[in-house]
Design a protein around this ligand. Structure first.
Ligand code: PFF
Length: 451
């Protein structure tokens, strides 16, 4: 029989859960990653594939993953053991939970380095380090990432803050932070979009780059990146939303809350794109210039507008906070497992998992400068970790979650947990049993050159 409550606590309300899960979804993925991978993959067609993946694959799997978490009420590893016993299935399913724990720590190792860049930019904005000149702005960015000391410093600071929040548990602080964070972030993004409208390149270049699909621009790898990003941005496939679902009160509708969260996440990403691409074109920059894209464009806006330093500080503070609410969910599966299985206190569990992640993060920081020549499969440590997690581990994890929810769990248990009207349940069931896993499978076959 499934537990009715998690030993780690429970969200105080439906709204609290929506805030926390939105906090996990909205992060660097929306504001930093979405624009630069869109730029690297030619724009509109890539965006369309990404949106299609969110709808047909991401949302059904998000419902499945949350549902499994709430039924199991434990860390993803133990939830998968419990649920496979309940379904009379093979116990090896719990290895899926392990893959998630590892993926979470790998992602956090580079996520924290990028969050460190954003932290450094808070200070730069405050001391008037931004200008309206694209070359000067680029020089500021290049100087930052060339400095191993600065990157390690900011990465360390970000990891310390993450660990200290995680130690306090899911209810302390997190709910309050997100409640203020999301609306303010939204307003600031609107302000940036409004600024982008004044650049003269808004409709014909910026918006058309983002929304006019040209399918000749994308290949199998771009489709894999778009699909991987759908998992990454929603925080799926590694147990983050499963662990958040395990703290979800029993009477909350999982499907409805998932739609809100996915909707908010998508809107934030599109707004970020609408703010950034007009600036890219108005300043003669390269859309495909890589992970530095937002750091080389947004400061131009802040450097040119009135009171820009203040908006700049606020924006980067919010970006760091948005990253923080995501990093907490990246490490929570590991922490919950250490508490449940090793009898660690939350404090000890957070320190142990945080320190491992921090060490790996140092290698990532070096991969932008002194170790930039170290390459495997032609990828730096950062590129490799990003590819491995977002393009492979999360989609594989998501595929297995879809199979588990669609084929392994007893229909009756799934129905109980979701309590959806019959028609809606049928639609979800088709999406999660067929559409999502088959699509992921086909994309993999395509990238391998088999299909
Ligand atoms: N969704 C987060 C973002 O878009 O920045 C990143 C993330 C969080 C990925 C949680 C994976 C995850 F499990």
């Amino acid at each position: 029989m499934a537990n009715t409550k998690s030993i780690h606590g429970e969200w105080s309300s439906r709204f609290a859960y929506i805030l926390a899960a939105t906090g996990s979804a909205v992060g660097l993925g929306n504001i930093w990653k979405f624009p630069y991978i869109t730029g690297e993959n030619g724009g509109g067609a890539f965006v369309l594939v990404y949106l299609g993946c969110v709808l047909a694959i991401g949302i059904p799997i998000m419902i499945a993953e949350t549902m499994m978490g709430r039924r199991g009420r434990q860390s993803p590893i133990n939830t998968l053991s419990t649920l496979s016993i309940e379904a009379g299935a093979d116990k090896n399913w719990h290895y899926l939970g392990w893959m998630g724990v590892i993926a979470g720590m790998l992602i956090l190792s580079y996520y924290s380095v990028i969050a460190g860049w954003a932290s450094a930019y808070v200070i730069k904005a405050f001391f008037g380090g931004f200008s309206s000149d694209a070359l000067e702005v680029k020089a500021v960015f290049d100087e930052l990432i060339a400095s191993p000391k600065q990157l390690v410093f900011w990465h360390t600071a970000f990891m310390i803050v993450t660990m200290s929040v995680v130690m306090r548990g899911v209810n302390g602080g997190l709910e309050k932070a997100v409640r203020f964070l999301m609306p303010t972030l939204f307003v600031l993004l609107m302000l940036l979009v409004a600024y982008a409208m004044t650049t003269g390149e808004f409709y014909f270049k910026g918006i058309s780059f983002l929304f006019d699909p040209d399918f000749s621009e994308i290949d199998g790898d771009a489709v894999l990146t778009a699909m991987g990003h759908a998992f990454f941005t929603l925080g799926l496939g590694m147990g983050a939303i499963m662990v958040y679902g395990s703290y979800l009160p029993s009477d909350v509708s999982i499907a409805k809350t998932t739609l809100y969260i996915a909707g908010a996440d998508t809107i934030v990403a599109l707004l970020a794109g609408m703010a950034i691409f007009p600036l890219v074109f108005a300043n003669g920059l390269e859309p495909g210039s890589g992970p530095g894209l937002i750091f080389q464009t947004l400061p131009i806006a802040f450097g040119s507008m009135m009171g820009g330093w203040l908006f700049g500080v606020l924006f980067f503070v919010l970006l760091v906070l948005a990253a923080l609410t995501s990093s907490i969910s990246l490490i929570e599966p590991a922490v919950a497992w250490l508490v449940e299985n090793k009898g660690f206190s939350r404090v000890k569990a957070s320190i142990v998992s945080g320190c491992g992640t921090w060490l790996l993060g140092i290698c990532v920081a070096f991969s932008f400068n002194i170790w930039s020549d170290i390459k495997l499969f032609d990828k730096t440590i950062f590129d490799l970790l990003d590819y491995l997690t977002a393009n492979l581990m999360l989609p594989i994890g998501g595929f297995c979650i879809a199979v588990f929810a669609g084929w392994i769990m007893k229909q009756k248990h799934v129905e109980d947990e979701l309590s959806l009207p019959e028609e809606q349940f049928k639609i979800w069931k088709i999406l999660v049993s067929y559409v999502a896993p088959i699509s992921v499978f086909l994309v993999f076959l395509h990238v391998l050159g088999i299909f």
